[in-house]
Every structure is written in structure tokens, then in C-alpha cells.
Design a binder for this molecule. Sequence first.
Ligand code: NAD
Length: 256
Amino acid sequence: MLKGKTALVTGSTSGIGLGIAKALAQQGASIVLNGFGDADKPRAEIESLGVKADYHGADMSKPSDIEDMMKFAAARFGRVDILVNNAGIQHVAKVEDFPVERWDAVIAINLTSAFHTTRLAVPAMREANWGRIVNIASAHGLVASAQKSAYVAAKHGIVGLTKAVALETATTGVTCNAICPGWVLTPLVQKQIDDRSAREGISAAQAQNDLLGEKQPSLQFTTVEQLGGLAVFLCSPAADQVRGVAWQVDGGWTAQ
Ligand code: NAD
């Protein structure tokens, strides 16, 4: 379905970004990977699906790196047809204790980077009269949790950005939507489980159960494959008129 299209997925060296990159590659899209850590393995995994893949190591907190990455993708593949804004970090602390530098980093990586990639990707999408922007928000884009002020602010912000861009592109073949996952067992969440287990002196299994029980009524993690499936749907013709949504995949978290 996506043969001939190029997808750039930020933060795709692990977790949700890699899962979505694989799902888009399975549909035939060429992939530009981004993120920290080992890029060779994810790149090989994508190439084994029979599509072209490349990697750019832009730090999403740096606008000049983002500009470089967008130029690189255009030079390598002609155009970014599908932009998945996924890179994200977390920091947990009370607002009065929140390190200013961590606030700035969460807002830069989880929100401002999506503004930069979007502003740089939209002109070519408009010219082609086709494009898909998929923003990975969170249940925290719709509701809050204590001690996550920067993350909740950034995720509410990206839901707002999604709606504004969807309206600006509404008469074109470019759509912009957000996906709002609940808990997904990735390195980002594993760290919160490990911290909780250490803080409360409980086993990792208990910390995991408590984490799910607190927020996610299904008591099951959302999987990266399920998120990949929704991203593929949002890239399909059936989703041509899906514009500006913030779609929960959260086991009922935000239905409460
Ligand atoms: P992860 O830690 O597994 O992956 C994060 C990715 O972002 C990695 O590839 C990492 O290298 C990259 N990254 C981090 N900082 C970066 C930077 N400055 N520049 C470039 N890349 C950077 O986390 P994940 O759980 O897969 O999270 C992906 C997205 O999904 C995030 O936006 C997160 O907020 C969101 N999300 C996650 C969950 C969850 O439960 N895991 C739930 C809702 C939303």
C-alpha cells in the first residue's frame, strides 16, 4: 500500500518508533530512522523487510540538527511523504522540584521538535497533494498524572499542534492526526517500573502490575504492533477524512 512512499520516524531506534517504522516498511515504505543508540540493528531489521532504509542521528532538541535531517531525507529519497513525530523522553518530579533543564528538554524533544519537522515537511506534501503526519502523543495528551508536568504539558501541546495543522491542511491531501497510547512496555516505561520497584521495595513484577492497575483498566500493555497497525490505517485511503483526531489506544485509561 505504501510502495513508493518515504516515511521518516523520529526516535525510531527503539520502542514505539521502531515498531511503527517496521509496520510502515511492511507496507512497502522506504524508511528514514532517527534516534540515539545502535542504529545498525534497527536499520538491518527494516531492510530485511525488503525496503530501503537510512538513518540520521539528529538530536531532536536541536533545530539545526532537525533541519539537517529533513534535508538529508529529501536528498536521499526525494521527499518525506509520511512524518511520524515520535521521539520523546520522560522526567518524573514534583513541579516545585522539577529541574529547569529537564523541563526545557522534555518540551524541546516531545513538542517543539514536531513543530520543526512539520513546518519543514509540509511544503513538499502540499506540492504532492499527499502527506501523512502522525504525532505520537499519549493518554497524557488528554489527561494528567501527578509529577509529570513537563510531559503532560508537551503531550497536550502536541494534540493542539495536531489539530491546528489538520485545519491548515484540511482542503489538501495532507492529514495530521495524533495517536494517544496508554502504557506500552518500552525502555521509557521499563525505567519507571524499575524506579518504582526500587522506591517501594517491591518486585519488578509487582511494580508492573501496580503501574497497570492504577491507570489501564484492561490491565494489559498496549503493544508496538497495535500502534503500528493504527499508523498504517492513518496512512491508508480509508483515513483520508480522518483529520485532527487524538486517538486513544490505552486499554480504557481515558474512558474513566
Ligand atoms: P523509547 O525510550 O523506547 O524510545 C524513544 C526514542 O526516542 C528512542 O529511539 C530514543 O533514542 C529517541 N530519542 C530520545 N531523545 C532523543 C533526542 N533528543 N533526539 C532524537 N531521538 C531521541 O520510548 P517509547 O516508549 O518508545 O516512546 C516513544 C514515544 O511514545 C514518546 O513520544 C513517548 O512519549 C510516547 N509514549 C510512550 C508510551 C509508553 O508507555 N511507552 C505511552 C504513551 C506515549
